[in-house]
Design a protein around this ligand. Sequence first.
Ligand code: SF4
Length: 345
Amino acid sequence: MGSPETVRLSIAAAMTLGFRRGKFFRNAKLGCINLLMEYDRGCIANCLYCGQAKEIADGPDCRSLIRVEWPSYPLKDVIKAINASALKNRFIQRVCISSLTSPKAPEDLISIVRKVKSGTSLKVSTLITPTSFTKPHFESIKAAGVQNITIAVDAATEGLFDRLRGKGAGGPHRWDRYLKGVEEAVMVMGNGRKSVGIHLIIGLGETEEEAAGLIQRCYDMGVSVHLFSFYPENGTGLEDWTQPPIEQYRKVQLVRHLIDRGLSRFEKMKFESGALKEFGLPENELLSIVRNGKAFMTTGCTGCNRPFANETPTQAMKGLLRNYPFPPNAQDILTIEKQTEMAVS
Ligand code: SF4
């Protein structure tokens, strides 16, 4: 068995749908049910930070992804459970279907989309790779009723991309194809950044200037940027790497928020040796944005809040959340303020 008959669920989704027992820390709720495709051969790509990379995963039984296992279920049971849960839990807004890199992936993903769209009333996002998906696939995805196409570019520069995902990693992904795929997705989805996004992981060796440059480039193309903070996955090529300092992550969250809201631009910001020194707007305005807290909440397709996906439970308990899956409370804001003061001092 494998996709499209079966899919993997994140543990958070399995808990939310009642397949697994458990509660989220601080009573967080999950807004998006994440499904991952699966194949006997696994993924044919070899991204050095990913638990599914072909050189480290054992065929279909990927070691982990975002440090948790992804149990497999028949798609029809998942659709039934989504309907039952969405009726009781209005927080669930969306289903996200993530593709593996495989020549079969486009056809199977579209088949899963059709079943989820006909079996539920939720919005659907697809997380795809332009290595396997081309413009005609995007057109079929749109025709199947998908609201969002997202591309996990992950690395901020061509050099890092090539080293961690492309030729340098013995993988099939190519930077040019990814950026072309982003452009094609915008052409097909039409209404710009409401429908097309990229995933960007902070902490893969990029400078703050490089991250800000890619964020601005994406928004100028009509594409949203959804941020992730690198966390080393056991058994992967980057298992000995460390997380980026939280102060660095806070800076990039602010940069993304300011560009997203049209409050600043890359060209107005100041950098020294790659480190961000000025955000391009008056200090009092920046402080009120920090105190508002929204800049530090999870960014993604509407409703996608990925609770505690970027930190350990111990870090979360200490208040060191990277992406807040709910509005930060007064104590959280004090913590964030200190982190951002340290970031720009
Ligand atoms: S932001 Fe969330 S819903 Fe959108 S593609 Fe990424 S994981 Fe899926």
